[in-house]
Design a protein around this ligand. Structure first.
Ligand SMILES: C[S@@+](CC[C@H](N)C(=O)[O-])C[C@H]1O[C@@H](n2cnc3c(N)ncnc32)[C@H](O)[C@@H]1O
Length: 300
């Protein structure tokens, strides 16, 4: 992205996009292997992929592979195919997970994409949390990473949707500063690529029972910044169903899948959390749940 700044190219996310709040959003929830789900999705149809893969670190039965990158390369290739030209993929992971033969980590994915894909690395986001394990032989780890790759240089990015308000006293000082544009100051600050968001603790009200459920605040920031109302979000490692919940709340369509048969149950629990009717004054949503290995074909 630095070359874009150097060349003086401007980046207009909203050019050629007509954003209209849909009256109804549609949400597919499917028990299915990631590659089978991807095979039914048309080219250039997905605005944002939220991707939180297993890393072969034996966290659960699903977390074990003989050749990790060999497996991951299949869904990474498919992910690039289904993204729209201004679409993005946000991949969760850690850099500290490597080691075991056949295991993967975010570095191996980044390295693979650098050499085998045209997608561009826009940001490495540091998810910093204060709660975590203690350590005696190294500094206790307090971050994971999320890497954002865009399909092309024309990627969509809505910074205003995720700006953070300045504290009142800071705002007053900035508004007096003649070098700063008051309109931009009033909009708030760029949240930067270091996101301080707590991990879900055991008794968090957000929890639905999945062992590696991510906080809603993280998915929400990704969805708000990298997609727009009426666009489609894909999550083929759906886990706890949090992406479906956020898509409903943010007026996006969604396609979410997971191999685990408990996935629709988790998603139902997520949906119950956004059910109060007053939260959806004018927008409806429809859920299509499919259990079993039906081969899906999506018309988007
Ligand atoms: C790290 S978890 C995702 C957690 C999710 N982001 C959340 O916040 O709830 C990875 C998920 O991938 C699923 N999974 C593993 N292998 C899969 C495959 N081949 N196809 C689809 N899902 C798979 C697992 O069942 C697990 O729920």
């Amino acid at each position: 992205m630095n070359s874009m700044n150097r060349d003086g190219e401007t980046h207009s996310s909203f050019k050629d996009i007509s954003i209209e709040r849909p009256q109804v959003t549609h949400h597919v929830v499917q028990v299915i292997d990631c590659l089978q789900l991807l095979s039914g999705i048309p080219d250039n149809s997905i605005q944002l992929i939220v991707c939180d893969p297993p890393y072969n670190i034996m966290l659960a039965d699903w977390d074990s592979f003989d050749d990790y990158i060999d497996w991951a390369s299949n869904w990474l290739l498919e992910a690039e195919r289904v993204l729209t030209s201004n679409g993005s993929i946000a991949i969760f992971g850690g850099l500290q997970f490597q080691g075991e033969a056949g295991s993967g980590d975010l570095l191996s994915i980044i390295n693979h994409l650098r050499h085998n894909s045209k997608m561009l690395l826009v940001n490495l986001i540091i998810w910093n949390y204060q709660n975590g394990m203690s350590a005696q032989r190294f500094f206790a780890n307090r971050h994971e990473e999320i890497v954002w790759f865009a399909k092309t240089r024309k990627y969509f990015f809505d910074l205003d949707a995720v700006r953070e308000p300045y504290e009142e006293d800071v705002m007053k000082i900035y508004l007096r500063d003649k070098r700063l544009n008051p309109e931009t100051v009033k909009k708030g600050r760029n949240p930067t690529n270091v996101w301080r968001i707590s991990r879900l603790n055991g008794n968090s009200k957000e929890r639905v029972g999945h062992p590696t459920q991510k906080p809603r605040a993280i998915i929400q920031r990704l969805v708000r910044a990298l997609s727009y109302p009426g666009s489609t979000i894909l999550d083929f490692f759906g886990g706890s169903g949090i992406t479906t919940r956020v898509a409903i709340e943010e007026n996006r369509h969604s396609i979410c899948g997971d191999l685990d048969p408990i996935f629709p149950h988790y998603t139902d629990l997520q949906i119950q959390k956004v059910m109060p009717p007053d939260m959806f004054s004018d927008t409806q949503y429809e859920i299509r749940e499919t259990v079993g290995q039906e081969h899906p074909v999506f018309e988007l």
